[in-house]
Ligand binder design. Structure first.
Ligand SMILES: *[C@@H]1O[C@H](CO)[C@@H](O)[C@H](O)[C@H]1NC(C)=O
Length: 176
């Protein structure tokens, strides 16, 4: 869950200016203090059960697994549209964009939030650290994901996978 990933990163950043020889109150010194950080999640799961954990691919009865959830208990700065954008781009993912050529179909999901089956908000592809174009991933394959926001909880649902290149029709690789 993202709140677990983000918080230790903030702790690490906060402790950077201090020499390791000087005990610092923000630096966890034992495993039990690490566990205390994780209790931010204790008041709930941070999402509601979706209708299905598979996406809906138009004109087929196939779907891709929805396999990542960013808990609605994550920091609001991450859950906002601009926060998500920054988070995705910090991982070198960009919105699907290869010189205006759209490679990749629309998929939909039913998150059981009263909206029925809803098209993906966006498709993101790994940009190989090369700015914003995603041609290299579209053509050669690699990591990509589609995401949706569950309107009832604010949680973000992500169908992430590793796909083959365009010549293989973007089929998902084994264990991808
Ligand atoms: C969802 O995507 C499909 C293409 O797969 C499109 O035909 C349809 O109009 C879209 N629906 C909405 C509500 O945008």
């Amino acid at each position: 869950m993202l709140s677990l990933l983000v918080f230790p990163a903030l702790m690490a950043a906060a402790s950077l200016p201090f020499s390791s020889a000087i005990p610092h109150p923000l630096r966890p010194s034992s495993a039990s203090q690490h566990r205390e950080l994780a209790t931010r999640q204790d008041s709930g799961t941070g999402y509601a059960q979706p209708e299905s954990w598979l996406t809906v691919i138009p004109n087929s009865n196939l779907g891709e697994p929805i396999n990542v959830v960013i808990s609605s208990q994550s920091d609001q700065a991450v859950l906002s549209d601009t926060g998500l954008q920054s988070y995705f781009s910090s991982l070198f993912f960009s919105p699907n964009n290869c010189l205006g050529i759209s490679l990749g179909d629309q998929q939909a999901a039913n998150l059981n939030d009263g909206q029925g089956v809803v098209n993906q908000t966006a498709l993101y592809r790994y940009n190989f650290g090369s700015g914003t174009l995603t041609c290299q991933e579209s053509i050669n394959g690699g990591e990509h994901f589609r995401w949706w926001r569950q309107s009832s909880t604010g949680a973000i649902f992500i169908a992430a996978s590793v796909e083959m290149g365009a010549s293989k029709n973007h089929m998902i690789v084994d264990n991808g």
